[in-house]
Design a protein around this ligand. Structure first.
Ligand SMILES: [Zn+2]
Length: 234
């Protein structure tokens, strides 16, 4: 009987440790890291694609404006040939010169947009080339985690089975006390080691020890630590 309570405690402790190990698996962090890398990659791709679309629109707009400007300038140049009054000719020439300057500004702007577009196109190609390895890394990390979890789950299932058997061997009132104590303590049942409770690690007085041994003798070796209230196995 006394060994059953301690065995029950040992199995519960092992189960606690396994659950903790499951929580803090290095594989879980690797999955998170791979997932973050994939999210950052996706964000970068979205930003580059959005900018490429903006640039394509911008280039189209500049080309449309340039074509309109060219038409306007052609009209003015044709008009210039028919004008006789010098002042009118001068005004037209001035307007044509202004349009030519503007046209050259359009060309500069288009060239800058084309250069940025070409650079980002290269960046997008580089990003797209990373997709496969980033995805493979994420999936690999996920399956490594699943494998590690399933190993622990297998152990937990074996311990759960063992716990069922151990619990059936312990007296119901003792089991109820054990379960109540387990709500507050990781260790609910501890052995008496010399004059020390292995639950709270406090030394007990000679009088306390006498009482514990007396109780233990009447209760299948099960007493209670007067310091911490745990089941004390003598
Ligand atoms: Zn104690």
């Amino acid at each position: 009987m006394t060994s059953s309570v301690l065995e029950l405690q040992a199995a519960d402790t092992m189960s606690d440790q396994l659950r903790h190990r499951r929580e803090v698996l290095a594989e879980r962090e690797q999955v998170q890291a791979a997932k973050n890398a994939l999210l950052r990659w996706n964000e970068a791709r979205t930003v580059v694609r959005r900018r490429l679309d903006e640039l394509a629109d911008e280039i189209q707009r500049i080309e449309d404006d340039s074509a309109k400007l060219d038409q306007h300038r052609d009209r003015l140049q044709a008009q210039l040939k028919t004008v006789i009054a010098p002042r009118e000719a001068e005004a037209l020439q001035h307007e044509i010169a202004t349009l030519t300057t503007q046209r050259s500004q359009f060309d500069d702007a288009e060239l800058a947009a084309l250069e940025e577009h070409s650079r980002l196109d290269g960046e997008l190609d580089e990003l797209l080339a990373q997709e496969e390895s980033l995805t493979a890394e994420y999936l690999g990390a996920e399956s490594a985690l699943a494998e590690a979890e399933s190993d622990i789950d297998g152990e937990l299932a074996r311990i759960a089975e063992r716990l069922k058997g151990l619990r059936s061997e312990v007296d119901k009132p003792v089991l109820r006390r054990y379960d109540r104590l387990r709500k507050n303590f990781v260790i609910a049942a501890a052995p008496l080691s010399g004059s020390r409770c292995e639950g709270c690690h406090l030394d007990l007085s000679a009088a306390e020890l006498d009482e514990i041994r007396d109780t233990g003798a009447k209760n299948d070796g099960i007493a209670e630590c007067p310091q911490c209230g745990r089941l004390l196995i003598v």
